[in-house]
Write a protein that binds this ligand. Structure first.
Ligand SMILES: NC(=O)c1ccc[n+]([C@@H]2O[C@H](COP(=O)([O-])OP(=O)(O)OC[C@H]3O[C@@H](n4cnc5c(N)ncnc54)[C@H](O)[C@@H]3O)[C@@H](O)[C@H]2O)c1
Length: 291
């Protein structure tokens, strides 16, 4: 554990051994804009159920399970956590037994600890699968009702609504990022619409850490020509993504799943058709042409 000056504010990153967490642990310490926001300097506290092993940096890293409320409370007990970047979770479809601990209990414990210790804000890694049942032909913004396409997507809706409740009821600001496809480069046709580059991820998190808001939902997406989303909420707060998946368009000319019309029709892609047993006419009210 690294010692930090006693009154230095701390940013807590959960899921810090994961893909996005590893990027942010490298990128945030050098960000002068964030340091300025926190009055000159800040410390990083990182946590994950997995130990990232040696060479992970100099931050205060704590290994444990966020589904354990005692472990979560201890992360906050010195009262120095000013902001949380909540990335921990099971990042794809799974059974309820997995998702309950990783995505639901963990998030409840985290927001409760934030409330009890007066944390200013929580940035939350939501997902495009919170709205995956919208058709690709419809450009949606942050105001649409969620349409989760999976159990996983529903856990992300729950996280967004935890943010809503704890912001308006308890004064913990909330910044939910409906992340599309976080990768160095898009790897599919659908990715031409929902790709989020690594540098744009840092830019969006920077906005979430420093902008003035109470409760916001934004899309975690680059400046893609074919984006499914109107990301005006993020732009209003100062997000200026620099990357556009169109640069990779020649690599992915056709549909990813030519035989799966439902996956191709909806923004959530294969998350929609995976395990889908409802009769086709049940999709009519979701703008799916059932003829
Ligand atoms: N990568 C993407 O394209 C993408 C897209 C949409 C949303 N997201 C969300 O962003 C977040 C981070 O994604 P990622 O790609 O870095 O995922 P990841 O799987 O690489 O990282 C998630 C981390 O959370 C940790 N974790 C899981 N359960 C935990 C628990 N109970 N207690 C403590 N730690 C736990 C895991 O060990 C893992 O290191 C996830 O919540 C994911 O749902 C990611």
């Amino acid at each position: 554990m690294t010692r930090m000056p006693k009154d230095q504010p701390v940013i807590l990153i959960t899921g810090a051994a994961g893909r996005i967490g590893s990027l942010l642990r490298r990128a945030l310490p050098d960000d002068v804009g964030i340091a300025h926001h926190f009055g000159g300097s800040f410390g990083l506290r990182a946590t994950d159920i997995l130990d990232p092993g040696p060479g992970a940096g100099h931050e205060d890293f704590r290994v444990g399970n966020l589904a354990d409320p005692g472990f979560v409370d201890a992360l906050f007990e010195d009262g120095r956590v000013a902001a949380v970047i909540h990335l921990a979770g099971y990042p794809r479809e799974a059974g309820w037994d997995v998702l309950l601990d990783a995505n639901i209990r963990s998030s409840i414990n985290l927001w409760e600890a934030a409330r009890k210790t007066g944390v200013d804000r929580v940035l939350y890694a939501s997902s495009n699968h919170a709205t995956g049942f919208y058709p690709r032909s419809r450009k949606i913004d942050h105001r649409v009702t969620q349409r989760p396409d999976s159990r996983y997507g529903l856990t992300k809706v729950f996280g967004e609504e935890l943010g809503f409740l704890y912001a308006h009821k308890f004064g913990v600001r909330s910044f939910s990022m409906r992340i599309g496809m976080f990768l160095p480069q898009p790897t599919s046709h659908r990715g031409l619409s929902n790709w989020l580059s690594l540098p744009d991820t840092v830019r969006l998190v920077m906005v979430g850490l420093t902008a003035d808001y109470i409760c916001e939902v934004v899309y975690g997406v680059s400046n893609n020509t074919r984006s499914f989303w109107d990301n005006s909420a993020a732009y209003r707060l100062g997000y200026r993504p620099q990357d556009d998946a169109e640069a990779f368009a020649e690599r992915f000319p056709g549909p990813d799943n030519p035989d799966d019309h439902r996956a191709e029709h909806f923004q959530g892609g294969p998350y929609v058709s995976n395990g889908l047993t409802a009769p086709t006419e049940y999709l009519a009210e979701l703008d799916f042409d059932t003829r």
